[in-house]
Ligand binder design. Structure first.
Ligand code: FES
Length: 109
């Protein structure tokens, strides 16, 4: 079963940045890229640190602790030491409208 949640609005997450949202204790990082907005579990699969504290480079977010990069479109790590994907969430929004709500769907994968 899935449910949809609103995590702020587009202007809360400028292009090229990531922001953490706490959804009833589940930490989710929303990443805004030139290819759109994406949402992932905000926890590196290598250890328990927040990906939202890392740098965004295109469609990659780099873990600040050991440097693994994750593709925000898929959650798949593209460099070691992480080898396990992180959970992703579908995002629906209008990135051209700063006031558009960021809608995510939980429980889909
Ligand atoms: S904790 Fe993220 S790469 Fe090690």
């Amino acid at each position: 079963m899935s449910n949809q949640l609103i995590l702020g609005v587009v202007s809360d997450v400028p292009v090229g940045t990531a922001r953490q949202f706490d959804v009833d204790g589940d930490l989710i990082v929303v990443v805004n890229t030139t290819e759109g907005m994406f949402a992932l579990e905000d926890r590196c699969s290598h250890s328990d640190v927040a990906l939202s504290e890392g740098d965004v480079d295109g469609c990659l977010i780099e873990c600040w602790l050991h440097g693994s990069a994750f593709d925000v479109r898929t959650g798949i790590p593209t460099s070691l030491p992480a080898i396990t994907p992180v959970k992703t969430y579908s995002v629906s929004t209008d990135v051209t409208d700063p006031n558009s709500p960021i809608l995510i769907t939980k429980g889909t994968n």
